[in-house]
Write a protein that binds this ligand. Sequence first.
Ligand code: NAD
Ligand code: TYD
Length: 363
Amino acid sequence: MFSHILVTGGAGFIGSNFVRTVLRTQPDVFVVNLDLLTYAGSLENLKELPSPDRYEFTKGDICDQALVEDILRRYKIDAVVHFAAESHVDRSILGPAAFVHTNILGTFSLLEAVRKVWLGERKADAGTVRYHHISTDEVFGSLTADAPAFEENTPYSPNSPYAASKASSDHLVRAYAHTYGLPITLTNCSNNYGPYQFPEKLIPLMILNALEGKPLPIYGDGKQIRDWLYVEDHCEAIWQVLQSGQTGESYNVGGNNQPTNLEIVDAICDILDELKPASPYRPHAGLKKSVADRPGHDRRYAMNINKIGLELGWQPKYALKEGLLKTVRWYLEHGNWIQAIRKQKEYQSWLDKNYTERVESKK
Ligand code: NAD
Ligand code: TYD
């Protein structure tokens, strides 16, 4: 239905997986990727793409409205899928300004560009264009142990600067739909994991640290609960919403699981014990180390995914155990990708900043 898609943030974790999925599965779609290549974005994530002739990369900022307008016109873009963001809660605690800038002002700038080109110049009909916004379960806040899972109409209650900036951008998107009639859809997804995830997030950080025999830092008691989704499942959900979702609607996306962080780390350690029998660090679970908790740490997220299941027939394909095994294997097989990131000065200084101070603050 849509043939020329602008993906923002397509050099990041989920965006690059989405670009790959679309190029692999949609032979009639042309993809333009706009990415600023911040510390989290890398062209290493976009090597050996299927059908590169249907793909164009532009290095640039979503806050640059003129650049976005030019892309919309030049490539006759009929759908925008907006991933670009600052995406890490811990970074948002140590430096919230970038989150306000990119996630709120960046989304605003993008919305202004599509409003001007699609609604103003092109006078596009609702069915012929779409702005799809990628959001998170974190906008809903934190759940107690036995509270029901978040639904699409659960009131927003974001707790971290990251979550507040994402909530803010979601509100702008809704307002543009309501006020200007911009055809939008929105997905709120739980924690993703899988290939190409930057190793500042829990799962890849634990894999990389365990491989080097470094401590596996568990914030607080490690009993926080997340709902984990294999990234390919997320990409398919987004595509399905883009194709068949109802304009103006939001859809929750999640993996239907509720492990604690400790259970996730133990599962990774067990997989590594099995796949690396000669490792001097076996059993890897012995590397776990309790460190100071994250300030304002959300205790539990859970997603009710009935709506997307009933309306669009989407279900996650990967069970957590299977997805984790695929993920650990991927990191073991992509040593060059890991080396490229380990070499980044910025990555090393992040590890020092987040973890050295965290351990010191426990003393
Ligand atoms: P990521 O940090 O891996 O990638 C973000 C990408 O955006 C990077 O390539 C970066 O270079 C790019 N970017 C940042 N600022 C930019 C700017 N001003 N202009 C253009 N590009 C810019 O993030 P991710 O984990 O792939 O998340 C993608 C989206 O999905 C985000 O909106 C995030 O909030 C949302 N989300 C993530 C998760 C998750 O578990 N990772 C879960 C739910 C929702
Ligand atoms: P993270 O991957 O940062 O995602 P989010 O904060 O968006 O859920 O963290 C997932 C969980 O793992 C979260 O409860 C914080 C915890 N965590 C640790 O215990 N240690 C770590 O080193 C990291 C990065 C996260």
